[in-house]
Ligand binder design. Structure first.
Ligand code: ARG
Length: 274
């Protein structure tokens, strides 16, 4: 009898040991695996919606269409840190976070606001930029569209799946929200007058106004929140990758390189044909 109890105890200890060390190994492995598999494949796959100057946009370089921008520079720096190349997947903004969730991309870098709602599904890096919300209008309507109230019954555009949709719904509640997949198409609609206003973050708004001088920022106050700051989205639980990403962001910020990226790409966007 004693022997049986002794045997049972010993096997329990052995089993417990096996379980705990096994568990540890799997979690270490899975963390290592992400960075390891990125390095094995030689590429960091990044999801973005290249319709958002100066963060990600198309431009012609030496007669070839290229995607450039602050976020692209950022992606390249992260890839450099990992010793790999960036592979961009350009899609509608509405699809970027879904692609991350489905594991089609390693990171989503697309001027993404790290909202509480999105944090339920994804992990985020530290914030790297925080532009306020602005309303873009046609200059010819400047005298008419002077307050948020003056947008009552007007059509106000926002990119599909963006926080700007909520800004319109919550802060320009009397207006009719028009959601469109791509920012350049919203700009066209605004210029044609099929929408009366368009909510964008300031840096992006100014970039499009620069190339479309008939547009301007309306003199109305939209409230911006900390939640709207840009961060890189990662799948949940990839702490090693998140650490690396944050390390790169911190270095770029403290060295002043992040500011250089913004200046350089703002200049590039001025020349880009939209
Ligand atoms: N910051 C906003 C959001 O996260 C808009 C981002 C749009 N980005 C883009 N590349 N079009 O919802």
């Amino acid at each position: 009898m004693k022997k049986i109890i002794w045997f049972a105890m010993v096997s329990m200890v052995v089993l417990l040991g096996a379980c705990s060390s096994g568990g540890k190994e799997t979690s270490n492995d899975s963390k290592k695996e992400v960075i390891q598999s990125i390095q094995d494949s030689g590429k960091l796959v990044v999801g973005t919606s290249a319709d958002f100057a100066p963060f990600e946009f198309h431009t012609m370089i030496d007669g070839k269409d290229k995607i450039v921008g602050v976020d692209i520079d950022l992606a390249n720096e992260i890839a450099k840190e990992l010793g790999v190349k960036v592979e961009l997947m350009d899609m509608e903004f509405n699809a970027v976070l879904a692609a991350l969730q489905q594991g089609k991309v390693n990171l989503a870098i697309s001027g993404i606001s790290a909202t509480e709602e999105r944090q339920q599904t994804f992990d985020f890096s530290d914030n790297y930029f925080a532009p306020p919300q602005k309303m873009v209008i046609n200059k010819e309507n400047a005298n008419e569209l002077t307050s948020l109230k003056s947008f009552a019954k007007k059509k106000v555009g926002a990119q599909k799946g963006s926080v700007q949709e909520d800004v319109v719904k919550e802060q320009v509640a009397d207006a009719q929200l028009v959601s469109v997949a791509k920012v350049p198409n919203l700009i066209i609609e605004l210029k044609q007058g099929s929408i009366d206003g368009l909510v964008l973050e300031e840096t992006v708004a100014n970039s499009y106004i620069e190339n479309n001088p008939e547009l301007m920022l309306a003199d109305v106050d939209l409230v911006s929140s900390d939640e709207e700051a840009y961060a890189i989205a990662l799948p949940k639980g990839e702490e090693e990758l998140q650490k690396k990403v944050n390390q790169v962001i911190q270095e770029l910020q403290s060295s002043g390189k992040m500011d250089e990226f913004i200046q350089k790409n703002t200049e590039l966007a001025k020349k880009a044909e939209e």
